[in-house]
Design a protein around this ligand. Structure first.
Ligand code: AMP
Length: 394
């Protein structure tokens, strides 16, 4: 496996898989450039001596619609690079090849949306081969799609047996995840929130084998509370996972891991911003009411554990943080992570909604690392091999 820092890109054409799947407004302008920004160090490094061919998907196009064109990304990319970016309205074929043959060292070219070709998602070998014919070197820097075995994220790597490597973004993701999972300083605390137990069972199960403290929050709470006989009113629950919840509690006990559940809850009489609210114990929720955020006692307990930890991993909000009335628990967890970070704790935030939350409170620079990969990060935590990672390493 090659390394981006030491590889000599001089006179090389380098095809880089980036994740430019960014939100656009009605005028087709980029509204959140975080993912583009994240790819800049890799692009700049290669462009110092070689030429850069960028490829990405954008959205889920069924046809070649304007709103899914990578052309919409080029102005923002140019602005962030401080340099002109050449856009070409296809990603394979002779036109693209001709354009690339005219490229000089330092040039940056952006290909059209890979998903205009259904072969991309199918992981089609011939499509991957056609992409590979555009370049001498393959760099994967799209962590967000590393859990997919698509043509551009995994299959293409086989055509570069020698000249393939990760970009800086994936390198950073892997080293921070490894720091947390393998080389963590103890006490190690994981906070797992979000909506459903069903989507987090494997992660909870795996994390129990790694952590000292496992904090459960968010909608998942009530399946655990009901499983041990508590009253949860109309809170979110997955009745088919009650037994699973009890098994996880037992596993924590067997492994001597502290599994910490909320003790008090903000109840709402409606799933709405203007709902009436009351505070109750987590297992005394009345019929007609539902738990939508953690209460003050719980916040104190969670914050103390977080601040006494040396490594913290946070995935999933503590409540329905999209509604201001139920955002406090999530906000206070974010604040506790910031405090812990100041005191030398290594804090990693990952997974779509907790990243959205930490950004909402503008605290993303005050924790140790914010992962860009939602699904990819969860699969990594579950201990699965990610096709995009394996393809480079093998
Ligand atoms: P996930 O994608 O599983 O991480 O879930 C994130 C979603 O869980 C967010 O949209 C939250 O609004 C939601 N959520 C968090 N706490 C609760 C709760 N107590 N009841 C219902 N939904 C919740």
């Amino acid at each position: 496996m090659q390394n981006i820092n030491s590889f000599d890109f001089t006179n090389k054409k380098v095809i880089v898989r980036v994740d430019f799947n960014v939100p656009l407004n009605d005028n087709l302008e980029v509204t959140d450039a975080t993912r583009i920004q994240a790819a800049i160090p890799t692009i700049k490094k290669i462009a110092e001596t070689g030429s850069v061919i960028l490829m990405s998907h954008l959205g889920r196009p069924k046809a070649k619609e304007e709103k899914f064109s990578l052309k919409n990304i080029a102005p923002k990319l140019s602005e962030l690079l401080g340099k002109e970016v050449i856009f070409i309205n296809d990603c394979i074929g002779n036109n693209v090849k001709n354009k690339i043959s005219e490229m000089k060292n330092g040039d940056i070219l952006l290909l059209e949306n890979l998903r205009y070709y259904p072969e991309e998602k199918k992981g089609d070998t011939n499509f991957a081969k056609q992409l590979s014919e555009l370049a001498d070197v393959y760099v994967n820097d799209a962590f967000g799609t590393a859990h997919r075995a698509h043509a551009s994220t995994a299959i293409i790597a086989d055509f570069f047996p020698e000249n393939k490597m990760f970009g800086y973004l994936i390198e950073g993701e892997l080293s921070s995840l490894q720091k947390v999972l393998e080389n963590n300083k103890k006490p190690f605390t994981a906070i797992l929130g979000g909506a459903k137990v069903s989507s987090k069972i494997t992660v909870i199960d795996k994390m129990l084998e790694k952590v000292d403290n496992l904090i459960i929050a968010g909608g998942m709470t009530y399946t655990f509370i009901k499983a041990r006989g508590g009253k949860i009113g109309n809170s979110l629950v997955e009745d088919e996972f009650l037994e699973t919840a009890n098994k996880l509690v037992q596993k924590a006990e067997d492994l001597n891991v502290k599994l910490i559940l909320p003790v008090d809850i903000i109840n709402a009489d409606n799933f709405a911003e203007d709902a009436n609210t009351i505070e109750t114990a987590v297992d005394e929720i009345k019929d007609g009411w539902m738990g939508l955020d953690i209460g003050p006692k719980t916040i104190d307990i969670f914050a103390k554990i977080i601040k006494n930890s040396s490594t913290v991993l946070w995935n999933g909000p503590a409540g329905v943080f999209e509604m201001e009335k139920f955002a406090n628990g999530t906000k206070q967890i974010a604040n506790a992570l910031v405090e812990a970070t100041k005191n030398g704790c290594y804090t990693l935030v990952g997974g779509g909604d907790s990243v959205a939350a930490i950004k909402k409170y503008k605290l993303e620079d005050k924790v140790s690392y914010v992962s860009t990969g939602g699904g990819a990060m969860l699969e990594f935590l579950e201990g699965k091999d990610l096709p995009g990672i394996v393809a480079i390493k093998k």
